[in-house]
Design a protein. Structure first.
Length: 413
């Protein structure tokens, strides 16, 4: 794979297909400083697509770590006015929002999790127009990967740094379908394949899903009346079709916030705020997480649950076959963007307005009345194993196989 030749093509894909950037529309790009050369390619692609303006917010994980280590707690309890102006102003101006993910998975190890919790609360309070712009379908947005040395060393620890970076770029390009002659066409075809299963799931209108696996997962999650499955892209309230995640292999919906019972066990490590949570489990009763355990990172897991009341409830159930390209690559990316697309997953925290009929026109009170979970956080964790079974249960008690042995079953194949 000629990485150098393919990177401009990948940048174009993120701008024109991921963000569906329109002439005259501004772009807000967040990028790690280590990925500056690729970020410049993205900016160039945006200008070529007719961007009204391109603003880059550079992310330096090393500086962020120093802040989390040394700043007073008050620094994490309110978002500075300049950052509010940047984020809220971009959303209100109709900007496309593109984030390049390239963090060191271990870059925030040892930080007090309470600081992340405080910052999450403050961000969603003080930057509400920014987050609502994405959540309520007013802004297009996309998250995609960019290889950095620290991330590459974690994913490919046995390789020299340069070779590891090259290997990681290859994996990023392949999983984002950016390594062929027509990436945009590949994404249209991929989206169409996901839409077939989405239509089947929406036609079934299951009342609940029951999960079982040999690792101890035995869990039932209830569906909202009129819930809507989605995936393979998203649509704004103005009808613009875009891809929030590149890559994506998932089909997802938001469950009833008060209907989750049983135990789920993790299938992959969770990288949260630059630290790993491994071999963990969560027990739910009446929709709420009431107990948990972990081999490593238990304090970090508990900090997620303590973000707010909604963080103990589920905002998402997502179906991803074990046969997905990312799972079959055998690569553990230590990045939720990638690892969630290798396995079925759940998410603690905020649900999706688009996953309930009329949700994009509702305020928070209306969403809560329709049992969509509200929270300042949304954290995906992977539960899909090679032996996972999922059974759809209809309101009359009829059962339909949805997954068997980790993959689509029955009419969903």
């Amino acid at each position: 794979m000629d990485i150098k030749a393919l990177l401009p093509q990948y940048a174009k894909l993120l701008v024109e297909t991921g963000c569906a950037l329109k002439p005259g529309q501004p772009l807000l790009l967040t990028a790690p400083v280590e990925a500056a050369p690729f970020a410049r390619m993205v900016a160039e692609a945006a200008w070529a697509a007719g961007a009204g303006d391109v603003t880059v917010e550079w992310a330096d994980q090393g500086v962020s770590r120093l802040r989390y280590l040394h700043a007073p707690m008050s620094a994490f309890q309110a978002v500075p006015a300049w950052k509010q102006a940047l984020l809220n102003g971009a959303a209100q101006a109709g900007a496309a929002i593109l984030t390049l993910d390239g963090e060191d998975p271990d870059g925030m190890a040892g930080i007090d999790p309470a600081r992340f919790t405080a910052w999450a609360r403050a961000s969603h309070r003080d930057c509400k127009p920014f987050y609502e712009g994405m959540d309520m379908g007013r802004n297009v947005w996309c998250i995609a990967g960019a290889a950095t040395p620290a991330w590459a060393r974690k994913v490919f620890p046995g390789l020299p740094e340069g070779e590891a970076v090259e290997q990681l770029w290859g994996a990023i390009l392949s999983t984002a379908r950016a390594d062929g002659p027509d990436p945009a066409g590949a994404w249209r075809a991929h989206s169409a394949a996901l839409q077939r299963r989405i239509r089947l799931l929406n036609d079934k209108g299951f009342d609940a899903l029951h999960y079982t696996a040999a690792n101890g997962t035995d869990f039932t999650v209830g569906m909202n009346p009129g819930h809507i499955w989605a995936g393979g892209g998203a649509e704004t309230v103005d009808g613009d079709w875009f891809f929030p995640n590149m890559p994506t292999e998932e089909i997802f919906t938001s469950p009833h916030r008060d209907r989750a019972d049983g135990v789920v066990h993790s299938a992959l490590p969770l990288n949260y705020q630059g630290g790993l949570i491994e071999d963990f489990w969560i027990r739910f009763e009446n929709g709420a997480a009431v107990d948990c355990g972990a081999k490593t990172g238990l304090d970090r897991l508990r900090s997620i649950l303590d973000t707010d009341e909604g963080a103990r409830h589920l905002g998402e159930v997502a179906l991803v076959p074990h046969a997905s390209p990312i799972a079959q690559s055998g690569i553990l990316f230590y990045s939720t963007l990638y690892d969630e697309n290798a396995a079925c997953h759940l998410a603690l925290g905020k649900g999706f307005p688009e996953c309930v009929a009329g949700g994009l026109e509702m305020d928070e009170k209306g969403l809560a009345e329709h049992h969509v979970n509200l929270s300042a956080t949304h954290v995906d964790f992977m539960i899909g194993t090679a032996d996972l079974s999922i059974t759809g249960v209809s309101a009359d008690g009829a059962e339909v196989p949805v997954f068997r042995d980790g993959n689509w079953a029955g009419e969903f194949v």
